[in-house]
Design a binder for this molecule. Structure first.
Ligand SMILES: [Fe+2]
Length: 190
């Protein structure tokens, strides 16, 4: 381990296991080390598509593409510690704070890249967070340390309160869970 220090958008600095893994994913400069696994690499849920770019032990990285104007409600991942990595078109919320403004979400810098590209936000298991995609849609990466069990999809480790009701599981518990069962039984990759 290199003892890299990761500084997030809110100025939080960390050098723990997840920070080392995030450093490997973001700065290793070796794209061939990113390797989509054959077991359940793709996720389709309401307005979101995800692909696993890397999975090793308790660590995993997913890339998500979000439909235009889609809002991801405030939620928790109770057993996953993670970094959210802004790529394009997302406003992130962290509790009451809006971390990227709507205008900045799609604004290019002088080189033609999104101004906030590769900025990251530490999302601990107790951190409520959410986001909204721009009218052009949005994309972000999630770099994860699974504290219990094997990595599947961050959308399966999901807690949200809506109208005082804990729904559990993204867009209802069954949906992604069923897909996962199918994947495990047949070995198909959808
Ligand atoms: Fe999340």
């Amino acid at each position: 381990m290199h003892h890299a220090i990761i500084t997030d958008m809110l100025g939080e600095q960390d050098a723990d296991e997840l920070a080392q893994y995030a450093h490997f994913i973001l700065y290793s400069q070796r794209p061939h080390q990113l390797c989509v696994p054959a077991r359940a690499p793709l996720r389709y849920c309401d307005g979101l598509r995800g692909i696993v770019l890397h999975r090793e032990g308790q660590f995993q990285t997913q890339l998500f593409i979000v439909d235009p104007d889609k809002t991801i409600p405030e939620h928790l991942h109770p057993t996953v510690d993670s970094y959210e990595v802004y790529m394009y078109g997302m406003t992130f919320t962290n509790g009451d704070r809006q971390v990227v403004t709507e205008e900045d979400a799609v604004k290019p810098d002088e080189y033609g890249f999104p101004v906030h590209r590769y900025k990251i936000m530490r999302i601990r298991p107790t951190d409520w967070h959410g986001g909204t995609a721009s009218k052009n849609g949005g994309a972000f990466m999630s770099i994860q340390h699974w504290l219990k069990g094997q990595p599947t999809s961050i959308g399966l480790d999901w807690d949200v309160e809506e109208n005082g009701e804990d729904r559990g599981g993204y867009m209802g518990k069954g949906h992604e869970g069923e897909i996962d069962e199918i994947n495990l039984k047949t070995g198909t990759t959808n």
